[in-house]
Ligand binder design. Structure first.
Ligand code: HEC
Length: 233
């Protein structure tokens, strides 16, 4: 009897508390970006990242010279558009000039390295996160995020998002069009998808040759098999 009582208690507890947790989490639906993943979108996202995000976030596992090899960019272009932090070195990773201790003091948490963020969060999460900021006067930065409640990052894209409160009311209109906003968030997503797995570009390039080789090889293997078995039959 006691056992059944305990079991029933556990089930009720799980339903009630599980239900509460669920209700909190489904406020925002994670959306998939409709983006093109190619060198053009990656480069555009990377330049935007270097100019707006690298002030706080590092991408220390991506060296600047890697961009030349993967994306076909020349050193001059990389220096001018990507190497924004003071003291950036061509053969070193993309490291923010913001001292981590100072950042932790300002934001309460050090802005994380984003090289691999697309691996552990996924592209849909990143895209939705960048589009879920809202104005919250109760926060020290003035910004909160539906997908990441209590987030320490301010909405650096506010001129694209406009200022919107938690209920969706527009307090200040965006300077840019919704199309521009979508382009910038999808480009940033493409860039982070690339940094989390840079060999994807080379893999995609050689894939047709590999498949072609396998098809031709299969044909030869079949012809050889026929030649061998001809004498047996
Ligand atoms: C003013 C500093 C600052 C700038 C500029 C900034 N961020 Fe952030 N960002 C943060 C902080 C701080 C966090 C940590 C949030 C937390 O843990 O509450 C964060 C978190 C994130 C995360 C979530 C990482 C994770 O897995 O927790 C992503 C993604 C992100 N930022 C992307 C960007 C992008 C893209 C830009 C440029 C458009 C950018 N950030 C610009 C401070 C900044």
């Amino acid at each position: 009897m006691l056992r059944i009582g305990l079991l029933a208690g556990a089930v009720i507890f799980a339903v009630v508390y599980g239900g509460v947790g669920y209700a909190n989490e489904v406020q925002v639906q994670v959306q998939a970006p409709k983006y093109q993943f190619n060198k053009k979108t990656i480069i555009r996202g990377g330049i935007f990242f270097a100019q707006h995000c690298l002030t706080c976030h590092s991408m220390k596992y991506i060296r600047y010279n890697r961009l030349a090899a993967d994306l076909g960019l020349d050193k001059k272009f990389i220096k001018r558009n990507f190497m924004t932090p003071a003291g950036a070195k061509y053969l070193r990773g993309m490291i923010t000039a913001m001292p981590p201790k100072l950042a932790a003091k300002w934001f309460g948490v050090t802005p994380p390295d984003l090289t691999l963020v697309a691996r552990y969060r996924g592209v849909d999460w990143i895209y939705t996160y960048l589009r879920s900021f809202y104005w919250d006067p109760g926060k020290s930065t003035g910004w909160n995020n539906h997908l990441f409640p209590g987030v320490a990052m301010p909405n650096v894209l506010f001129s694209y998002t406009g200022t919107i409160d938690g209920k969706g009311h527009v307090l200040k209109k965006a300077t840019y069009s919704p199309q521009e906003y979508d382009r910038i968030t999808t480009d940033l997503t493409a860039w982070m998808r690339y940094t989390s797995d840079p060999s994807i570009i080379v893999r995609k390039k050689i894939a047709p040759y590999v498949i072609g080789f396998l098809l031709i090889f299969t044909l030869f293997a079949y012809l050889m098999k026929r030649a061998y078995w001809r004498d047996v039959h």
